[in-house]
Design a protein around this ligand. Structure first.
Ligand code: PPE
Length: 304
């Protein structure tokens, strides 16, 4: 169950959490015509800091542009509203969910003329794939569902409708006792997971899938930067599931998942079967970075 906060920002005003409702004929509810973000605020050195707020707001606007809708607020208004949402709810650290959606007033697939609505909620959210997963690594299986073909769904946009594919895959994996689903692209190469990007490490080389069928993750970009700064060779290159089976290490990245190690894929142990040295070092560094504890990355912490 989501841990309720006090207020939700809706179209420019704060409303009580329990009153943040929409009409049942909301276009987005029927057709998935919404774009959203997932952002995290952490208790950092000098107070609460939102991690890479600018990049998240840019991606929200990019997603809206790809879907073909115009956000009825400016980027600075949305950024300000996000900060205020954290503030009014007195949350020291939290997950933040802005959503821009087609509202009610018109049915049918033609979205022209449908009102565009915005909301921003924030709540406390614990370890996405469990505390144990963070410490020991998770188990995943290759999904029977493919990741979107790039001309069927726009994967660079965080469009709500895209996530039905993730729900199908996640449900299948969880019902079979796994923590997460590994999704392949329509050509059979590794793509990403249901709500995370994926990395492997082999002989100290860090590899992640290229920006084709994936959501270009902000955590992914962060880890690429940190790994390069640690003098690792980083490749953005396609790889197959068997290359993953024989990798030394594997981990997932995402705002909610942060950096989650993977210990097993398709019932095969990955590397030593627990978080490897590169994974551990990146995970530790990432957690310091989001909390504003490393000077060279402090520009990513946006204090509220
Ligand atoms: N791929 C997908 C499909 C995805 O949904 C996410 C974020 C990522 C990669 C990683 O992106 P980034 O957060 O920018 O590093 N998934 C969000 C969904 C969580 C949810 O269950 O809702 C998130 O982590 O906020």
């Amino acid at each position: 169950m989501v841990e309720k906060a006090d207020k939700i920002w809706m179209d420019g005003k704060f409303v009580d959490w329990d009153k943040a409702n929409v009409h049942v004929l909301t276009h987005a509810l029927h057709y998935g015509s919404a774009v959203f973000e997932g952002i995290k605020a952490y208790e950092a050195k000098k107070g609460t800091a939102i991690f890479r707020l600018r990049e998240h707001v840019n991606r929200l606007f990019d997603s809206a542009h790809i879907l073909g809708i115009k956000v009825p607020f400016s980027k600075s208004e949305i950024s300000q509203a996000i900060k205020e949402t954290v503030k009014v709810n007195k949350l020291k650290s939290c997950y933040i969910r802005p959503i821009v959606f087609l509202g009610d007033g018109q049915m049918g697939l033609n979205p022209v003329g449908c009102p565009v609505k915005c909301a921003i909620a924030a709540w406390s959210w614990g370890a996405y794939l469990g505390e144990e997963g963070m410490a020991k690594g998770i188990r995943m299986r290759t999904s029977s569902f493919n990741r979107h073909f790039v001309n069927s769904m726009m994967t660079k946009a965080k469009i709500s409708g895209n996530y039905v594919n993730s729900i199908l895959a996640k449900y299948e994996a969880v019902k079979q006792g796994f923590d997460e689903a590994l999704m392949l692209d329509t050509e059979g190469y590794v793509s990403e997971c249901t709500g995370e990007n994926i990395f492997i490490v082999k002989n100290n080389v860090v590899k992640t899938t290229p920006n084709t069928s994936i959501l270009p993750g902000i955590t992914r970009a962060t880890i690429i930067q940190i790994a390069k700064d640690m003098e690792h060779e980083v490749k953005e290159e396609r790889f197959t599931r068997d290359e993953l089976y024989i990798a030394d290490e594997c981990f997932l990245t995402g705002t909610a998942a942060e950096l989650t190690p993977v210990r097993e894929v398709d019932n095969r142990q990955i590397g030593i079967g627990k978080p490897g040295p590169v994974t551990k070092k990146l995970q530790e560094t990432f957690m310091k970075v989001v909390k504003g504890q490393i000077k060279e990355y402090e520009h990513w912490n946006e204090y509220i």
